[in-house]
Design a protein. Sequence first.
Lengths: 315, 315
Amino acid sequence: MKLSVLGSGAVGAAVVELAGEYGHEVVAVADSASAAVDESGLDAEAVLERKRTDGRVGDADADAALEADYDVLVEATPTTLGDAEPGFSHVKQALERDRHVVLANKGPVAERYDELRSLEADSAGSVRFEAAVGGAIPILSTIADLDGQVTAARGVLNGTANFILSRMAAEGLGYEHVLAEAQDLGVAEADPTFDVEGTDAALKCVILANVLYEDTYTLEDASVEGIADLPGSALELAAEDGRTIRLIGDVSDGEVSVAPRLVPENGTLAVSGTLNIIQLETAHAGQLNISGRGAGGPETASAVLADVGRLPPLE
Amino acid sequence: MKLSVLGSGAVGAAVVELAGEYGHEVVAVADSASAAVDESGLDAEAVLERKRTDGRVGDADADAALEADYDVLVEATPTTLGDAEPGFSHVKQALERDRHVVLANKGPVAERYDELRSLEADSAGSVRFEAAVGGAIPILSTIADLDGQVTAARGVLNGTANFILSRMAAEGLGYEHVLAEAQDLGVAEADPTFDVEGTDAALKCVILANVLYEDTYTLEDASVEGIADLPGSALELAAEDGRTIRLIGDVSDGEVSVAPRLVPENGTLAVSGTLNIIQLETAHAGQLNISGRGAGGPETASAVLADVGRLPPLE
């Protein structure tokens, strides 16, 4: 497949770098201000090197990547809420041109799912978004593969919040101290709001709800509580009882919620560090637990490229 | 799809019971001595009730289920080693009739993989065997879905052995004592050889190797050590070091092995009770861990029926 990659952050750059290994070709890459386009195939190393040295991927306008002759648009620009722009317009334009779309950007899938599915219905292209939920964990394809048998999902869907809670519990340190440490390590961003207030986990749960219930949830339908106000004493109390606290996203009985929850200290849901885990309830096969890396450039890119591999050929 | 189900043990009976819920129809069922055939669809409850009361599923010869007009042969007779008969001949006959085959029986896939694939190549039918590895855990479809990115697999693939090791470690009891308890609970069979000597886990690893390496391993290629000779003192020593012992199957670098291994006490591989876990190494996405129920009638049947759902329509 010929890919046009929008976004040249960790995920976009890794898609460009790894595409060849999955048998695909990158014909365009854009960052917010520029684009590189070569319909006979870009030199991945040269584009990424230019981004590192010049701060831009090429000389063309960013829009050139949208207008290129590609098979699959990879939408890896930053997630935005509400109207989910500019991601949503990128996706719209690709589907109206009868091209496939693979998203790492959660915005359009969480906030405008009904419009996304309706654009897809009118297009020869398909939309996939495995990378938007749980990074490298193939959670959406597992749900699809289990063919209607999954009844509920819950788990740890934000590695930054999980790192902070794991460290607070293991070291008896306070929230602010561990957050600063996570920022130094690059595990938390300078503005950690999205992760620590539960928004990122909630967007993933909304996407899971859209898929599980074939309905159109948005962030407004989710009940969301983060970890920023969690006192260290709460973790100490939990530990005295053989438990710990994790930021758990839950999609069950038609409801979507994210909140700090007590879980058994060595239980399945108490993954450590930046790991993610998702627990699926099935009709006849009990619980299925899948854990792995929920973020990271190559990890998320591998989910994007697996999605590309699942697309049918375009006529 | 119209199913003919060979085997009316826990798995076969659960396939018969649940097929309708997955949108399929059972037209034949056989146990070792008899069969029930109705090409317009069997009454599942009546067949299972007859098995419970009469000890046989119907009045026809067992062969009648092989000769019925079905789309998919479900091979759920007991696993046998070496020539893997009679399972292998059942599969051969179905493929030669251009029908699909779904196996829960590990024998033909572990012991005669090359012949199986060559029969499939000459047939309009396809062969699937998700239920043969890890029960309800969709491990083979995950490997296929990750499209060549899985480089190695390891894990706990036998629930009986894991139950025994978990109990020995938790209660400080000896092997013979816990085995007797497992037999009382129905977790271990009267003759537990297959499970405790590692044969069952090894067959699953051989199947994983066949899929991962697209090669033809058999049980003879596996290095196999069980838990029957493991002294309780080994578990005590491990515990003093924050570790425990699990029967770990490993498929890596072209080698297949099963043996008791030290693992961190609260680590990912130290699942409890009859749970199974499989850990996949991937090229770019780190480790992926999947745990769930590795055995049980409805659980394994759900894997069989998910496989049926993955089959292409027959012309």
